[in-house]
Structure formats: structure tokens, C-alpha cells
Design a protein around this ligand. Structure first.
Ligand SMILES: [Zn+2]
Length: 351
């Protein structure tokens, strides 16, 4: 193991003590959309095949305002690698992802986060508990070796699996962000309410608790309100940027009124485009969540850099990408600038 290098940059908890922290997620969906990752198994093979592209997306998200570079080890765990017959690449893919993320964090001053997630083999049996703990431990050992600043454990639907992940993170001594994905029925798989689950995580020592993925802004917000009222620690909110509704509260459950011919019977996961939230909706969600007292904010699957910039700007930040935030005063027809020709302004309503 490497010696952890003393860095002058502030850690997660110091930053949270001063104000909100922004974290970009959603790497799987973005690389799927770009044609470098296969939907279905959703394994981040792009880390080994196109490391330059992964570094590039990390940089784009930091440019847009993310304070955290999350190593792309999501679903780079033993069960997933086994599913695509690449179990032999488990260590290589984890170390490569951590190396890429550390490099970009080093260039930008962002925090570098290790990442573990739902194993898809958890069941409430002792044998399963031991198996998932071993899966978390092996990934965390590589994260510790890489000198990460913090660990994100995410998208759990079993509260108990999240607690096991947290216990494994606690053993490393690193700060932890633990977020649950709450599906259509509004509870965890063992029937805990989101607030009860987050309270248990807080009691077990999580630094940040909350929700990510699964739900869009407006079906996540009411759950966040209850969580915020029931825990003392920092609260995280990273919705998917899709227009989920009370009747279809998760992106997996969305049905498209304009199209029904989907090979897998539903828009999820690769035909969600028409439901995408605009940057204004993400900005409004961020403002409302922050007003509730949520202080670790971001966007999950489906996020683009423009969504992350909207999160940052909603918090009063001006990341480098804000230099290019829209200024319609200079538009050829809709503009109000004195250099826009009046004849063109008059024509604007015909566009
Ligand atoms: Zn997600």
C-alpha cells in the first residue's frame, strides 16, 4: 500500500462545514449514450478500453462545477465482471479507474472518491452477508491504495446491504457518502422507510446519508424532506434528470405516451430521452433541496455537464463552464443588444 500523501486541499467534511458540495454521477448512462458502454450488463469496460475518454468526462464534470471526481468503479465488482466473463480483469479495471480519477482530481483540486454499489447478490442470509462484505473489501482495498479522499456507496435498495458497505468503509477510516435508491413503493427491500434507513446509517457512522438514482427530482424531493427531518448529519440528493411522476415515480417505471414499440417493453434504460429534465428544472430542484437543508447535491444517470452546471449555479457558484452560460441578449433575432438589427428583432416572433 502507498503512504497517503498529505495534501493541502480540504477534505469532504471540511468542505461540507463551509457549504454545499456538488457531485456529478451518471457515468454509465453517459458512456452508453456515447457508444462506449453496453446497456444491460452496464459494466464500465470503457475504463480499460478508452481511459482518455473517462478522464475527459471527469474533466467536463469538474469544469461544470463538480467538487468530486468519482472513480468509475460503479458495477466494476466481482458479480458484474463474472456476468460478462471478465472476472480476471476485476483488479485491473478498478485500479485503472482509480488512477484516472486521481489524475484528474490532482489536476483540478477536486476530491477523488472511491465508489462501491449494490452487489446484486445480497440476500438477508449470513452466507450472502459474508460474500458482499468480501466484495466491498476487495474494491475498497484498491481505493485505499490509490489514496482516495472519500468513498461513495450508492444505489442500494436493501438498507442492510448499505449498512454492510458502510461498515466496510468505516474500516478504512475514510469519509463516507451512503445513498439509497428508493423504488416505486417508497421503501427499501426490507420495508424500511427512507428516513428510518438513513437514521440507521447515521447511527452506524455515515458522514453523509441520502438518496441517489431511481427517482427524478419531483418524486425524490418529498422523501428528502422526511429524511432531513429525521437525521442530524449531512444529506445527499442526486436524482436522475427525468420527469418522473406520482404515478410513475422511478425512471424504470416511466411509460412514453408517444411511443410504445420498445424491445424491452419500456423506455428504460435507453429510450428515456423525451423525459429529460431541462437545466432549469435541475436548477429549481437544487434550490429547493438546498432550502430544505440538503447539502450534498448532484445528478445521477442521465446527467450531462449542463445539468451539473445548473446544480452549481443554483448554489451561487460560477464554475469555469459558467463563462458559456446562455446570454440570449446577443441572439441574432431574440437579442436585446443594441447591435442586433431592429428588422431582425421584429422578425423574431415569426421564428
Ligand atoms: Zn444512477
Amino acid at each position: 500500500m502507498h503512504e497517503r500523501v498529505e495534501s493541502p486541499k480540504q477534505g469532504l467534511l471540511e468542505r461540507l462545514a463551509e457549504g454545499p458540495v456538488v457531485c456529478a454521477e451518471g457515468y454509465l448512462f453517459e458512456f452508453e449514450r456515447r457508444g462506449y458502454l453496453q446497456a444491460g450488463a452496464f459494466v464500465p469496460e470503457v475504463v480499460l478500453e478508452h481511459p482518455d475518454l473517462v478522464a475527459g468526462l471527469h474533466r467536463e464534470f469538474v469544469h461544470a462545477g463538480s467538487d468530486v471526481v468519482e472513480a468509475f468503479t460503479y458495477y466494476a465488482h466481482r458479480e458484474k465482471l463474472r456476468m460478462i466473463d471478465r472476472e480476471g480483469d476485476l483488479e485491473a479495471i478498478n485500479r485503472a479507474a482509480l488512477d484516472i480519477a486521481s489524475r484528474v482530481a490532482g489536476e483540478t483540486g477536486a476530491l477523488v472518491a472511491g465508489n462501491i454499489c449494490n452487489t446484486n447478490v445480497f440476500l438477508p442470509t449470513d452466507e450472502s452477508r459474508r460474500e458482499v462484505r468480501a466484495m466491498f473489501d476487495e474494491q475498497l482495498e484498491w481505493a485505499v491504495d490509490a489514496g482516495v479522499d472519500m468513498v461513495i456507496a450508492e444505489t442500494f435498495s436493501y438498507g442492510e446491504e448499505a449498512l454492510i458497505a458502510l461498515e466496510a468503509i468505516k474500516a478504512t477510516g475514510l469519509p463516507s457518502v451512503v445513498t439509497m435508491s428508493i423504488h416505486q413503493d417508497g421503501i427499501t427491500q426490507e420495508d424500511w422507510t427512507p428516513e428510518d434507513c438513513c437514521r440507521r446509517l447515521e447511527d452506524a457512522g455515515a458522514d453523509v446519508v441520502g438518496l441517489n438514482c431511481g427517482r427524478g427530482p419531483w418524486t425524490m424531493l418529498p422523501l428528502l424532506e422526511r429524511i432531513r427531518e429525521n437525521v442530524q448529519t449531512h444529506v445527499a440528493a442526486l436524482p436522475v434528470p427525468y420527469r418522473t411522476t406520482e404515478a410513475q415515480p422511478t425512471f424504470q417505471s416511466l411509460q412514453d405516451p408517444a411511443w410504445s414499440d420498445f424491445p424491452n417493453g419500456r423506455p428504460f434504460p435507453v429510450a428515456l430521452d423525451p423525459f429529460t429534465c431541462s437545466r432549469y428544472e435541475i436548477e429549481e430542484f437544487t434550490r429547493r433541496a438546498h432550502a430544505l437543508g440538503v447539502d450534498y447535491l448532484g445528478v445521477c444517470c442521465g446527467a450531462g455537464p449542463h445539468h451539473i452546471r445548473a446544480v452549481a449555479e443554483a448554489l451561487g457558484r460560477t464554475p469555469p463552464a459558467s463563462r458559456y452560460s446562455a446570454d440570449m441578449s446577443k441572439h441574432a433575432f431574440f437579442g436585446t443588444d443594441s447591435r442586433v438589427r431592429p428588422e431582425y428583432q421584429d422578425y423574431a416572433e415569426k421564428l
